[in-house]
Design a protein around this ligand. Structure first.
Ligand SMILES: Cc1cc2nc3c(=O)[nH]c(=O)nc-3n(C[C@H](O)[C@H](O)[C@H](O)COP(=O)(O)OP(=O)(O)OC[C@H]3O[C@@H](n4cnc5c(N)ncnc54)[C@H](O)[C@@H]3O)c2cc1C
Length: 240
């Protein structure tokens, strides 16, 4: 989505597909569920106050090291959800600075791999260790392997697969003043009926918070407009 403009009956929304094709549609309700910087850009011509508030929400960089192992690669095979490290804990242990935690992906999602394989997702960085983003892949992988060995025992076999994913704007930060920024965004919803903002940068970072916010907006719209189905949208115009 690239542009948003009020019309007498609602909103005109413009979007561009990956191939560059432009789409335009008219809608009575628009729910912006993209990250704060995108919401700030889209809403700038409509509500400068909301745009400024959204621009004021910073994001911490996150690196995810995904590894696949054969079972028996340590003295203990990982079971359960994973491990989260308290602030400064990684520094205290030593050699794993910047590690925020590990998700035992193969036990959370058993169908993601074979029964004789183990998947681990190690998360590093965030606002408490943003410098980790500059580390080399080799260094990040070494820290992820050390963290696994600390929890599960010395490594007996190397991983079968390693991938490193870097997210420069990974996790939104609820800094001092966040409630005021959220209040400004909510006030914009009151000024512009039919426009809604949700996403992990507003009132809850977890997947369940995001799902709840989506459900709340859908419930609000259907309660206010019981005869107004959420879909399909009004006629779509396409330009080549
Ligand atoms: C490494 C990591 C691990 C995490 N682990 C957990 C966990 O274990 N449990 C948990 O509960 N939470 C976890 N979280 C947090 C949670 O996953 C996210 O906060 C949540 O999924 C974000 O949902 P969202 O809908 O706000 O944003 P997203 O899922 O990021 O969706 C935003 C969407 O907007 C789209 N978009 C961007 N710009 C535009 C535009 N201009 N127009 C239209 N669309 C646009 C994007 O393509 C994207 O699809 C984790 C987060 C990270 C980074």
């Amino acid at each position: 989505m690239t542009h948003l403009q009020p019309t007498p009956d609602g909103w005109e929304v413009k979007a561009q597909s990956a191939s560059g094709t432009e789409h335009s549609l008219l809608a009575r309700h628009v729910i912006l569920a993209c990250p704060a910087p995108a919401q700030a850009r889209i809403v700038a011509p409509v509500d400068n106050e909301a745009s400024e508030a959204l621009h004021g929400i910073p994001y911490g960089p996150v690196v995810v090291v995904c590894t696949a192992w054969s079972k028996g690669s340590w003295s203990i095979d990982p079971e359960g959800f994973g491990v989260l490290l308290a602030r400064n804990e990684a520094q205290r242990i030593g050699g794993i600075d910047g590690v925020l935690g590990m998700l035992f992906t193969s036990s959370i999602f058993p169908d993601h791999t074979h029964s004789d394989e183990v998947l681990i997702r190690t998360i590093l960085g965030g606002s408490i260790a943003p410098e980790i983003f500059e580390a080399s892949d080799q260094e990040l992988i070494a820290r992820a392997r050390r963290a696994a060995a600390i929890c599960l025992g010395p490594e007996r076999k190397p991983p079968n697969m390693i991938r490193v994913y870097r997210h420069p704007a990974g996790i939104p930060q609820y800094r001092v003043g966040h409630p005021a920024r959220v209040a400004t965004v909510r006030a914009a919803e009151t000024r512009h009926p039919g426009l809604y903002f949700i996403g992990n940068h507003l009132e809850g970072i977890g997947v369940k918070d995001c799902a709840r916010a989506g459900l709340e907006v859908a419930t609000k719209i259907t309660a206010r407009h019981p005869s107004d189905p959420l879909s399909p949208p009004m006629p779509v115009e396409r330009s080549p």
